[in-house]
Design a protein around this ligand. Sequence first.
Ligand SMILES: Nc1ncnc2c1ncn2[C@@H]1O[C@H](COP(=O)(O)OP(=O)(O)OP(=O)(O)O)[C@@H](O)[C@H]1O
Length: 273
Amino acid sequence: MAGTVAHGYPIATSDLTIEYPPHGASPAHVAVRGLSLRVAPGEVLGLLGESGSGKSTVARVLSAAFVDPGPELRPVITGGDALLFGVSLRGLSRRKAAKLSFNVGFLAQDAGSTLDSGSTVAELVAEPVLRREKHFDRRELEGMVVTMIDAVRLPLSILSKFPYELSSGQRQRVALARALILEPTLLIADEPTAGVDVTVRAAISELFAELQRDRAFTALVISHDVAVLRAVADRIAVLQQGVLVGLGTIDEVFDDPSHPYVARLAESFHDVD
Ligand SMILES: Nc1ncnc2c1ncn2[C@@H]1O[C@H](COP(=O)(O)OP(=O)(O)OP(=O)(O)O)[C@@H](O)[C@H]1O
C-alpha cells in the first residue's frame, strides 16, 4: 500500500499510529503502531490478538466519530491515517461525521450486558431509529422492530420484556438487533460474544455470520477467540503489542506463521483441534 490510503474501501488504514495522551500521572502510551489494512466491501475482517494488543483501540478510533468513549479513553491518531469510505478520520468535520454515521454501526464490547435495564426490548431496538429521527412513523417503526427481532431469531413475546429477564445470549441478540436496525453498510463489532455464556457463543457467531450473508454488510470483528473468527471472518489480522504480525485467511496465517507470536498461537490452536 506504500503509504497511500485507498479510497472507496469501507475501512482503509495506512501506517496508522494511535496513542493515548498523558492522563494524570500516566504518561502517553502508543497502543497501535504503523497499522496498514484494507477491508473490502462485503468482507468480514477479524482482528485477533491477546489482551492489551490494541484491538479495542482500533475499534475506538474507527468509531470515535459516532461514539465518544469519554476523555480518559479517547485515543488519538498520531501517525498515518484511517479512512472510512474514503473519508479521513483525522480532523473530521461534524458534517462528515454525521454523514458517516448513516453508514456505520457499532456493537460495543459488553453491549448485551449494558442494555438500559429500564427499557423494554421493543424500546431498546427502536431507540437508534428514534435517536436519529425523533418523529419517525410509529407504525413503520413497529414493523422494523418486529422484522429485526425475527432476524435475530428471538420470539416476538420478548418485545415487552426487560433486559434482566433475558439470558446472556438473548441480550446479545437484542444488542445485535440494535446495531443492525439502521442497516449499516459497515459494522464494527468489539467482541460480539463477550459476556455470553460459553454454551451459546457458537450460536451467536453463527447468527452473526448468517445476518452478514443476508444483509451483505462489511464488518470488522474484534475477538480474541479464534473459533468466533473462524465462524464469521473471511480474513484475520493479528495484532501483538500494537503491531500487525499476521494478515490473511485463518489457514494462511496459521499454516505459514512468519512471526513467533502467530506460530505460538497456531500451536496452541492446533493443540485444541
Ligand atoms: N485509556 C487508556 N489510556 C492509556 N492506555 C490505554 C488506555 N486504554 C488502553 N490502553 C493501553 O493500550 C493498549 C491496548 O489496549 P486495548 O484496550 O486496545 O487492547 P485490547 O487488545 O482490546 O485488549 P482486550 O482484549 O483486553 O480488550 C494496552 O497496553 C492498554 O494498557
